[in-house]
Design a protein around this ligand. Structure first.
Ligand code: GLN
Length: 187
């Protein structure tokens, strides 16, 4: 099993180290030709969604990635990666538009932009959640299902082959959400 990690910008190295701990092969996707390598699943890391979205578009990768997701490739978007997958971004641009969610960027204001908590994650139990200038999901519709909430805000969701978290499991030692994602590859 090989996971491609989008490495245009942002926190891709942290996902690499989570996958290393799980003994899963991975490689960095930096340019369009990298998408021709065979891989079984894709991670879209945190970072700055506007920058990643612009680079995806300019490099001609946006449509290729979008098609892979629509064809069923498992994808895990954390934070900015969640924003990239959303069909709707409040008062902002949407990019891949594959997931039935509306999101609000930088949703917790300047002061509360970064915080840590532990909450229930559907099917896993309590997990540590690190938020860094995070979005939240203001609405799920269609096929998307809520997996976790913090103070009434939706912070994780799944729609078939697509998994998103507004927080960063890759910056904690807890590997259960990555494991949950890897199980989506087999099923
Ligand atoms: N604030 C960033 C954005 O809007 C997301 C932050 C993150 O990925 N840690 O794209």
């Amino acid at each position: 099993m090989t996971v491609g990690i989008l490495a245009l910008q942002g926190a891709f190295a942290e996902h690499e180290s989570s996958l290393d701990k799980l003994g899963v092969e991975h490689f960095e996707i930096r340019q369009k030709k990298d998408l021709q390598r065979p891989f079984d699943a894709l991670i879209l890391p945190g970072g700055e969604s506007t920058v990643m979205g612009k680079l995806l578009h300019e490099s001609g990768m946006l449509e290729v990635v979008r098609q892979k997701i629509l064809d069923g490739m498992p994808v895990f978007g954390t934070c900015a990666g969640l924003i990239l997958l959303a069909k709707e971004v409040e008062e902002d641009t949407a990019y891949l538009k594959t997931m039935d969610i509306r999101v609000k960027r930088n949703a917790y204001g300047r002061q509360l932009g970064s915080f840590y908590t532990e909450q229930e994650f559907d099917g896993i139990g309590r997990v540590p959640m690190a938020f860094i200038r995070a979005p939240y999901i203001s609405e799920v519709y269609g096929e998307a299902k809520i997996l976790a909430q913090v103070d009434g805000n939706i912070v994780a969701a799944r729609q078939d082959n697509q998994l998103v978290t507004a927080f960063h499991p890759e910056v904690t030692d807890d590997l259960r959400i990555h494991r949950y994602f890897l199980n989506m590859i087999d099923s």
